[in-house]
Design a protein around this ligand. Structure first.
Ligand SMILES: NC(=O)C1=CN([C@@H]2O[C@H](COP(=O)(O)OP(=O)(O)OC[C@H]3O[C@@H](n4cnc5c(N)ncnc54)[C@H](O)[C@@H]3O)[C@@H](O)[C@H]2O)[C@@H](O)CC1
Ligand SMILES: Nc1ncnc2c1ncn2[C@@H]1O[C@H](COP(=O)(O)OP(=O)(O)O)[C@@H](O)[C@H]1O
Ligand SMILES: [K+]
Length: 490
């Protein structure tokens, strides 16, 4: 796929890319020079009133970048204190250290002053254990003094693989990284610990930026070719008929939000399947969305004989968990795509094996858990701290033979074949009641139009974010649903 800029590269894959660059003739020391220069430029650009740079250098190549940045900042006229541990002999970091004529002081040999900026070049990709007490004390000192931190590659203490701190960790104002983002830059809390991200080219050829375990930033090129298209030959039935299974009288709004979003995502027709007691209440709210009274499995089975029904959303405001399981079984048997959300997911807490068995074969189940629902369904995965959110979503996708949209500020979309994407640019005001129902409806609308599940997952999350941006801060879920457009913003 020609979207290297959207590839997320784990620290170990980055190490291999680095080695491949050097093996192909790229000067490794030149890479370090370029990295250090970007860091110095970031400091100068963002802190024009800097009084002193405190450059903290670790023992590896991250520290090497720090030695280069210290030299360049000093040459630019900024007073610099260089602190750290001497680098291992013989490597690029040792050469960078030797070329910097500022004394290398002990890590604690300085006192914060107004106008300081800390350059954190202690550990990057090579962090392999929690930072010890000396680093913890340093991090505390910087935090207590409120000194801004510019981190090199990653805030020291943050895992670039998982996005979780391995122990004490800097809170950066800016993080300068090289060649490709790592998962830890976009997964929470890593994204927040990085502050503003700067992805810089240091001269590693693009053809070498590959991974045998690719994870992508959610990006239009992942799904654009599979988006439903419009043509003059189409009629409403050829654009798919989405059915949203509605709950009882008291909680019908959630299904309406999903239905409206599904219609706006391009499904030709959308119907609510409503329990008889709630039909009149729903009817009072519906215009373009149609309705069918469906009270039990028998009436649903009869309706499923209509093979124009092409996709289903089950869960928002549904209520009755036993009924949800029964309905889900029928929908699974019908062979058509299903989005399970909210109560549709909770219905299978402690029964994920049953759910996986219902949907074997082609991938046509999509589940959209938020953190709490994910924990309920997959307590073992959720409790395993060695796993990243991407690892968890992938494992869940395999267990269910489903596309998993694991929601949050760092929504992960994963398929059972291992494909995975992270969406980290959705506006935070999506965190409002009913917003997840809208997402489930968009996904249902795209699946009902025949879009393959992984691509539909990526597109749904992107369209949801676009709708949020269009609706603006302070929006309600009604406004979000009304802002969905079936093609992404330019
Ligand atoms: N990937 C690339 O293409 C480039 C990488 N560069 C830099 O190189 C860095 C990676 O360098 P390294 O692999 O040397 O790794 P690091 O410099 O991140 O750290 C490695 C050293 O730190 C020690 N260490 C790890 N965790 C520790 C802890 N908690 N407490 C104490 N010591 C600890 C290790 O034992 C090792 O000696 C990147 O983060 C980046 O800053 C740049 O020089 C430019 C090129
Ligand atoms: N801080 C945030 N930034 C961006 N998106 C968020 C944030 N918090 C939640 N979201 C998104 O908002 C939606 C909320 O869904 P959900 O938790 O199911 O809410 P509800 O059940 O009220 O509809 C999800 O798509 C989630 O990814
Ligand atoms: K660092």
């Amino acid at each position: 796929m020609a979207i290297d800029h959207a590839l997320l590269v784990t620290p170990s894959a980055m190490g291999r890319i680095d080695a491949a660059a050097v093996a192909s003739g790229v000067d490794g020391y030149g890479l370090m020079q370029a990295a250090g220069a970007h860091v110095a430029a970031c400091v100068l650009a963002h802190y024009p009133d800097i009084r002193r740079a405190v450059v903290l250098c670790g023992p590896g190549n991250n520290g090497g970048d720090g030695h280069v940045a210290a030299r360049l900042l000093s040459q630019s006229g900024v007073p610099v204190i260089r602190c750290g541990v001497p680098p291992k002999k013989g490597g690029d970091a040792a050469r960078a250290d030797a070329e910097c004529d500022l004394p290398l002081r002990a890590l604690d040999d300085w006192h914060p002053e107004a106008g300081d900026v800390v350059v954190d070049a202690l550990f990057g990709a090579g962090l392999d254990r929690p930072a010890g007490p000396e680093i913890a004390a340093l991090i505390d000192r910087v935090r207590n003094a409120d000194t801004p931190v510019v981190s090199v590659d990653l805030p020291s203490g943050l895992s670039g693989r998982t996005g979780a701190p391995t122990g004490p960790c800097f809170q950066a104002a800016h993080t300068v990284t090289f060649a490709a983002l790592k998962p830890g830059h976009v997964l929470m809390p890593g994204r927040a610990l990085c502050g503003e991200m700067h992805l810089c080219d240091i001269g590693i050829p693009a053809r070498l930026i590959v991974s045998d375990d690719p994870v992508w930033r959610n990006h239009e090129e992942l799904y654009r070719n599979q988006l439903p298209t419009m043509s003059a030959q189409q009629h409403k039935y050829s654009r798919g008929h989405l059915v949203v299974l509605s709950g009882p009288l008291i909680s019908g709004g959630a299904a309406r939000l999903a239905a409206m979003a599904g219609l706006r995502a391009g499904a030709g027709l959308v119907s609510l399947a409503t329990p008889p007691g709630a039909v009149m209440a729903q009817a009072a709210h519906l215009t373009a969305i149609m309705q069918r009274s469906i009270g039990d499995e028998e009436t649903l089975s009869d309706w499923l004989e209509d093979d124009r029904l092409s996709g289903f959303v089950l869960g928002p405001g549904f209520g009755d968990l036993e009924k949800a399981r029964g309905f889900c079984g029928l929908l699974a048997k019908s062979g058509r795509p299903v989005v399970l959300d909210a109560d549709g997911l909770t219905a299978f807490a402690g029964r994920v094996d049953d759910l996986g068995k219902l949907f074997d074969g082609d991938v046509r189940l999509m589940v959209t858990p938020h953190e709490g629902e994910f924990r309920r369904l997959f307590p073992v995965l959720a409790g395993d701290e060695s796993l990243s959110k991407v690892d968890r979503a992938r494992a869940a996708a395999q267990l269910l033979n489903a596309v998993v949209i694991y929601k949050g500020p760092d929504t992960v979309i994963a398929g059972p074949d291992g494909r995975a994407a992270v969406n980290s640019d959705a506006p935070s005001w999506l965190a409002t009641a009913g917003s997840g129902d809208v997402l489930a409806g968009i996904a249902g609308g795209l699946l009902a139009q025949g879009m393959p599940a992984f691509e539909a997952g990526c597109a749904s999350v992107a369209l949801h974010g676009d709708a949020g941006r269009r609706a603006g801060a302070g929006m309600t879920a009604e406004e979000l649903a009304a802002s969905v457009k079936s093609l992404p913003c330019d």
